[in-house]
Ligand binder design. Structure first.
Ligand code: NAD
Length: 466
């Protein structure tokens, strides 16, 4: 009998289903199937890989209600946010499809006429693009459609086979994604889901895969990098963040407060690019804090299946004690608790939206990834002070500056080592722009044209006519 993975509903704590876990032998068997199928998939004309992807796109829209309900049941994501996530994926598919041919196209970089040397034919140099082969896609639970889709959609379009391990906290959604891709016409051996937690992920890394594309925490990302180092395969890591935002003295305060409250609390703060720490210039601090708290008070917490709910439960029970510990540490070191700070007295894994002020960088809430509905707001005296605090982190995913002056914001953002910079916005991802981290936030990029070509390797052809 295989081990079973229990899928629990975070809002009710009820068991939804038990899924058989893939052990090492099952993972090896799945790898072998993908290895046999991938060359045939890569040999198809691009149009034959695009058409099932477009069918997948249409099915996402057609089935959004069922898919959103499933996602909400296993992650506690409010249903309106689950729908938004699923309905944003077609736009990403459109981007990948639009650019697939251009990225794949061979490029003739040099052409020399014949007979330059006696008896020699013309020389051509061509850069051709080839898929990596069979790749592992090890995914996080917080946005399974986004973080999975950023990998498996371009990887499949470029001709790779994909072994997709959804998170153990979004495994039903992972199964639904696989079923939908197969129904759309992606061959069952070209895209294979692998079910289980860390041990299954580790078993996947033991296979002779040609690349690994991981989304998850810095701690796990490090383990992945160590496991794949001797293999010398492409290892792409999209990891966590401690994303800062700064509200300058000249900012439109109401806009900043509303935007940053959403950036901090959307999906219960469980976004890689959630706003995790806020610095506010002293001139606008009181006005900002009042508007921010007012916005947070307006967030409806409750049953995630209710379309009006903005804050559901957190998706994993152990996170509740991480949040409680960060709050306790901050308060013990002198922070003021403006709202929340404790579990909500109802079934399910609910933590009240929490705002802390009088915070500083000795506190874990300003140093370690929170990944939940807790935010620290710190008063600063100058742009230089804000910059120094924003720079004080090993992470580098995103940073935001709110100011009416573009040059002022750009000058601050330019000095921060992050993959993404936001002026008067935050917590935003675009298929047209690269998504990447610096430092502990990861290696490599998804999205944009770079996020398509990362699933290819170039081959140089030296072609001399006889
Ligand atoms: P996690 O690191 O706990 O797990 C991620 C995946 O790794 C899961 O599928 C898990 O089963 C697998 N895994 C665990 N141990 C493994 C091992 N030893 N070998 C192989 N696989 C293993 O992360 P999570 O809780 O699922 O996700 C939350 C984290 O992901 C946060 O830090 C968040 O910031 C980050 N994240 C980053 C991005 C981004 O784009 N940068 C996007 C979403 C989430």
């Amino acid at each position: 009998m295989p081990d079973l993975l229990s899928i629990i509903n975070p809002a009710t704590e009820a068991l939804i289903q038990e899924l058989p876990v893939d052990d090492r032998a099952a993972v090896a068997d799945k790898y072998a199937r993908a290895w046999r199928a991938q060359p045939g998939w890569a040999a198809l004309p691009l149009a034959d890989r695009i058409s099932p992807m477009l069918r997948f796109r249409d099915l996402l829209i057609e089935r959004v209600e069922t898919l959103a309900a499933l996602l909400t049941s296993e992650t506690g994501k409010p249903i309106a946010q689950a729908r938004s996530e699923i309905l944003a994926l077609p736009g990403r598919i459109d981007f990948f499809v639009e650019h697939a041919a251009g990225v794949l196209a061979p490029e003739r970089v040099y052409a020399e006429p014949g007979l330059v040397l006696p008896g020699m034919g013309a020389l051509e140099e061509v850069v051709a693009q080839e898929p990596l082969g069979v790749i592992a896609n090890i995914s996080a639970w917080n946005y399974p459609y986004f973080v999975g889709g950023n990998v498996f959609i371009p990887a499949l379009l470029m001709g790779n086979g994909v072994l997709y391990k959804p998170s153990e906290f979004a495994a039903l959604t992972g199964g639904a994604i696989a079923a939908l891709l197969h129904e759309s016409g992606i061959p069952e051996d070209v895209f294979i889901s692998v079910i289980g937690a860390g041990l299954t992920g580790a078993a996947l890394l033991e296979q002779p895969i040609d690349g690994v594309f991981f989304t998850g925490s810095y701690a796990t990302g490090q383990k992945i990098a160590i496991a794949t180092a001797p293999k010398l395969i492409l290892t792409q890591l999209e990891l966590g963040g401690k994303d800062p935002a700064y509200v300058c003295a000249d900012a439109k305060v109401a806009v900043a407060a509303a935007g940053l409250a959403d950036g901090a609390f959307y999906n219960n703060g469980q976004s890689c690019c959630a706003v995790e720490r806020i610095y506010v210039h002293t001139d606008v601090y009181d006005e900002f804090l009042e508007a921010f708290l007012q916005t947070v008070e307006g967030f409806k917490l409750g049953d995630p299946t209710d379309a009006n709910t903005y804050l559901g439960p957190v998706s994993r029970r152990p996170q509740l004690s991480v949040l409680a510990d960060q709050v306790a540490d901050a308060v013990a070191k002198g922070a003021t608790l403006r709202c929340g700070g404790q579990l909500v007295d109802r079934p399910g894994w609910y933590f009240a939206p929490t705002v802390l002020t009088e915070v500083n960088h000795t506190m874990t809430v300003m140093q370690e990834e929170t990944f939940g509905p807790v935010i620290g707001i710190q008063r600063v005296a100058s742009d230089a002070d804000a910059l120094a605090l924003m720079q004080d982190t090993p992470y580098g995913l995103t940073a935001a500056v709110y100011s009416t002056e573009r040059q002022r914001a750009v000058e601050i953002l330019r000095q921060l080592k992050t993959g993404t910079a936001y002026w008067n916005c935050c917590d935003r991802v675009s298929p047209r722009l690269p998504w990447s981290g610096r430092g502990h936030s990861g290696l490599g990029a998804t999205l944009s044209r770079a996020g398509i070509s990362t699933f290819l390797q170039p081959r140089g052809w030296h072609l001399r006519a006889p």
